[in-house]
Write a protein that binds this ligand. Structure first.
Ligand SMILES: *Cc1c(COP(=O)(O)O)cnc(C)c1O
Length: 408
């Protein structure tokens, strides 16, 4: 895995800042163990042995490279640009998260840790991490709000079958925020045993850079694949943004290619004029969350707001600091898609191509459905299909039965 040699504007400084965003604002009891992770990653990322071991796992276990699929039927339906899909849904475990979970688990082993610990909301990160732990012979402890434990029962069962210990957190609102506090509490008490594995390009330095590097294989493959297929670079990249890891993974290799438009798609939920969305880049303000300076959606009490999306992996009131920076320097743009538009795109891809996308990925597809018809037929769009939709089929079927618009 060769790292992209990117201009420094696309790399964090020593303290983990992308311009004014990023950093590591931590209480003293966490500063030392997280600094140890930063030092270990700085070393590992220069070690050919570590990088080759990760590369081998990606090839032989995850099934990389993933396909870059020309969606010909979808292209014909939309009329306009050619649409290619980067098929992260075909990875083992069905989404992009396994890419960074394996990187983090390998780093944990290299540091001599025996246990992985993390929080999870919908459970997707927990399942991917428990998978990596099972493969690499590590223990795994996942903290989850009690409400999420009840709501996401199938993922709790998966994690337990994979050998992970799922800790149900009963404090406060019994949701993701409390799960984060709970997991960090356990971690801080025994950092010599645990490695904290964050599930996106968020949190304190080095996680936004480290998780991006682990995901950047997506864009490196896509860049080579589109050059092979079309003999040129794409006109636009489109990816959904929760914390922003699948998006940074696709975008990273193309950042220096300034003619390639870079578009992140956030959940507008039930509408930007309601309080039921998670459009952090669009409506957020500069602020601090989870140890990083970034954009944040704040409630009237000045705390991170309760957020909503039909895609349970993208309802986060913060965003990776590099996204905030890319927007500020004008290198990337961020748009929104509603729950209803994402549901339409879910059905569109399923019917047109026989590919059932995750509801998160459906946000990217919904924007592609708006963008493609505005571009000429020799234009090329690459959309990141971050995960498969098997996890969502019961929910979607219920929504459609209850009369949500099905306009495709
Ligand atoms: C978790 C998840 C996301 C959102 O996470 P990012 O860090 O923004 O990529 C998107 N798609 C799928 C399928 C997911 O599981």
């Amino acid at each position: 895995m060769t790292q992209i040699d990117s201009p420094s504007v696309y790399r964090a400084d020593e303290a983990g800042f992308f311009g004014e965003f990023g950093g590591a604002a931590l209480p003293p009891f966490l500063a030392a163990p997280i600094a140890e992770v930063a030092a270990a990653y700085a070393e590992a990322s220069q070690d050919p042995g570590y990088l080759e071991e990760l590369q081998a796992l990606l090839a032989k276990y995850v099934g990389r490279p993933s396909l870059l699929y020309f969606a010909e039927n979808l292209t014909r339906r939309l009329g306009g640009a050619k649409v290619y899909l980067k098929r992260e849904d075909l990875n083992h475990t069905g989404a992009h998260k396994i890419n960074h979970c394996l990187g983090e688990a390998l780093l944990a082993k290299r540091m001599g840790k025996t246990k992985l610990i993390a929080e999870t909301g919908a459970g997707q990160h927990g399942v991917a991490l428990a998978t990596a732990a099972a493969l690499l012979g590590l223990e795994c402890e996942i903290h989850m709000g009690a409400i999420d434990v009840a709501k996401q029962h199938p993922n709790v069962v998966r994690m337990e079958l994979l050998g992970a210990k799922v800790v149900s957190v009963d404090a406060g609102g019994r949701s993701l925020k409390e799960a984060v506090d709970s997991a960090f509490g356990v971690y801080a008490a025994a950092p010599e045993e645990y490695f904290f594995a964050i599930g996106s390009v968020v949190g304190p330095h080095p996680y936004p850079s480290m998780v991006r590097d682990f995901q950047s294989v997506v864009g490196r493959e896509a860049r080579a694949q589109i050059l092979e297929a079309e003999g040129r670079l794409p006109d636009a990249l489109v990816a959904c943004v929760g914390g922003g890891s699948n998006a940074m993974g696709l975008f990273d290799a193309f950042l220096p290619d300034e003619d390639v438009r870079i578009i992140g798609v956030e959940p507008a939920g039930e509408g930007l004029d309601t309080d039921r969305h998670a459009a952090t880049m669009t409506l957020g303000v500069p602020g601090m969350i989870h140890g990083m300076q970034t954009k944040v959606l704040l409630g009237s009490d000045g705390e991170p707001a309760p957020v909503h999306s039909i895609g349970s992996g993208i309802d986060y009131p913060g965003v990776g600091p590099q996204h905030a920076h890319l927007e500020q320097i004008g290198r990337a743009e961020y748009v929104t898609v509603t729950d209803a538009e994402a549901l339409d795109a879910f059905q569109l891809l399923t019917r047109a191509e026989g590919i059932i996308p995750a509801l998160e990925s459906s946000h990217a597809l919904a924007h592609v459905a708006k963008l493609a018809p505005t571009l000429p037929s020799d234009a090329v769009i690459i959309a990141n299909l971050s995960g498969r939709g098997d996890k969502d089929v019961d929910f979607v079927a219920d929504r459609l039965r209850s009369g949500a618009p099905a306009t495709v």
